[in-house]
Design a protein around this ligand. Structure first.
Ligand code: ADP
Length: 263
């Protein structure tokens, strides 16, 4: 059971030195969680102190992808987050019995998120990543309220239909104080043996989202990277060893590290 006092959220303080990024997408299955996990691992590999809040309530998967324990201990009403590859992780999945679905309404989610931010021993983090559920639902709104100065990273595939929904997820920031730091295009192409690129899901989606959000928001939203389809990325996620750690020289890990360098 999550209980505890109403503590202040350290990341919401004006003098907080932790950079906070909420990672969002229009729809599921575009690789948002894989990117969050790998970005966290890549940042940790660069020597930064990193935390991840898995706020993808209906599809929580970060602990497995990072190979972190799916249990958190509670000491003196504070939650001790499990750690993997130097990354501290907290997930909704740690607070629901195995096999049970999360059937929480907005206010309960809000309270849980507040506790993940305020009642966890995070220590001094350089970067906090939040894996949001796809779309513009309760969690995205709660995060905008709890962490108004968080930046948003939008994940999309190159497919135009996917890009259009991703854009909506990014444009939520026009109604909040949040800043969209950039767009990440995933599954951009499948590298071929002859060096060519097979564009399985078409092309242009990432750039399209970046361009449209730039126009809509009135500042430059860059396309940060294009991540190829890489079986090692999928395997790494399944095995709990992110490709950023298992094969840092692979094209997918390199494309992710470009983002880690910019954050
Ligand atoms: P989301 O969080 O957007 O629902 P996931 O991160 O769970 O998406 O990714 C969906 C599936 O696609 C996972 O099985 C993941 O391992 C796989 N995947 C994601 N990105 C890639 C990639 N670049 N190459 C290969 N597999 C990928």
């Amino acid at each position: 059971k999550l209980q505890g006092a109403q503590r202040q959220i350290p990341f919401a303080r004006p003098d907080s030195l932790t950079k906070v990024y909420a990672i969002t997408s229009g729809k599921g299955g575009v690789g948002k969680s894989s990117i969050t996990a790998n970005l966290a691992a890549a940042l940790s590999r660069r020597g930064l102190k990193v935390g991840v809040v898995d706020a993808d309530i209906y599809g929580f998967s970060i602990p497995r992808m990072l190979g972190a324990s799916d249990e958190a201990t509670v000491i003196d009403q504070m939650i001790v987050p499990p750690e993997a590859h130097g990354v501290k992780v907290i997930s909704i999945g740690m607070f629901v019995p195995d096999g049970q679905a999360v059937v929480w309404r907005g206010p309960m989610l809000h309270r849980a998120l507040q506790q993940f931010l305020a009642d966890v021993y995070w220590g001094d983090l350089d970067v906090l990543l939040l894996d949001l559920p796809p779309g513009t639902g309760d969690v995205a709104i709660s995060i905008a309220q709890l962490l108004p100065h968080s930046d948003i990273l939008v994940v999309t595939t190159p497919q135009v239909a996917a890009a259009e929904v991703a854009e909506r997820a990014g444009s939520i920031s026009s109604q909040t104080e949040q800043h969209v730091a950039g767009v990440i295009e995933n599954m951009s192409y499948l590298p071929q043996e002859d060096g060519s690129r097979l564009e399985l899901f078409g092309s242009g989606g990432g750039q399209m989202v970046a361009d449209h959000l730039s126009t809509q928001l009135g500042y430059s939203v860059p396309l940060l990277t294009q991540i190829p389809i890489d079986i090692r990325l999928r395997e790494g996620s399944d095995q709990g060893t992110p490709v950023a750690i298992a094969a840092p020289d692979s094209p997918a890990a390199q494309a992710l590290d470009v983002v880690a360098e910019k954050l």
